[in-house]
Design a protein. Sequence first.
Length: 401
Amino acid sequence: MSSAVLSCPLPALAQRLAGVASSPVRELLALLDRPEVVSFAGGLPAPELFDLDGVRAAYEQVLWGPHARRALQYAPTEGDRELRARIAARMTARGLLTTIDDLLVTSGSQQALSLVATALLDPGAVVLVEDPTYLAALQCFQLAGARVVPVPTDEHGVDPAALADVIERERPALLYLVPTFANPTGATMPAERRAEVVEVTARHGVRVVEDDPYGELRYRGAPVLPLAAHPGADGHVLHLGSFSKIAAPGLRLGWLRAPSRLLPALTVAKQAADLHTSTVDQAAAAAWFAAADVEAHVAGLCAAYRERRDALVEALPAALPPGSTWTDPDGGMFVWVRLPGAADTGQLLQRALAHDVAFVPGAAFHAGTPDRATLRLSFTTNTPARIAEGMRRLGAALTGA
């Protein structure tokens, strides 16, 4: 069978892809196939802590129960009502009053972010972000044709006074934040600053996207109310959540809580994207939440991750060169490191890989001028003993031993 020969070149790729770089984290995930590598790169939950028996039982219940055929059918775009009811109850318990009508179930919180970009951003719109910030959010906004502008940030998140100045100068459409156990820094914005951010953005008419995939993974200190729970947030703060960190990322289930006047547009955007999130996966997730002791499961995750965070933080002084600084997060998955001087962690990664240890260079997380001396370490997927070995290898790589 012969193939046709093209007489003219095919059209180029869409211009919107120009400048959208591949994620170094996704590329480093290939290292999972090399068991000899101690990887601090991926922001992954620990697979040995998945409730495999509970999830398996949930799928059995759905597929062998009286509504099994319904679970294999098309479904409403908004999502499974029982699952939304479970989500609403958990969010309300965390201080953010929520009903099922406030929610749209999504294929992971990453899709929620894409829907927000589709529904709320025109090409050329300005999006403000912390610097550094979640790199897949940067990809999402760049793909939408937005202009991403960093806001001055300290160890507690964006500076409200600086934020007001940037808003007045740039006239943004959106502010994107990960205010609780941020990716990549692990930082948490204090309650007082959250209230200031809500007030500043409400006064200037700027919508806020609060991305909260890590909020339930707290190992120290008292919980802080979500941004969306603060007075004045109802009209302009959207809240994104995920099952990936407390259940399993393979389910690809998340949610979007949005002001009522925005939900119709976001629902249309989702219809255009995928019609609806997997019916059977939503039904299984609802069954898992109904049968499992979810609070005990999350408490177990927090106990294990607390031990792993402590092991990593305690090993840093011996592994890093003098003059290095790092964060000590109250929760989440990440520690953010800055090496002294003019180090380039992108170049140092190759040396680390030769020592069978991996991290993520920090440059990709920056919307502004990258700080190449930074790197992100994730502590969740390795036991304390393996963390100790990985940090020994990292120390040898950094010293050239």
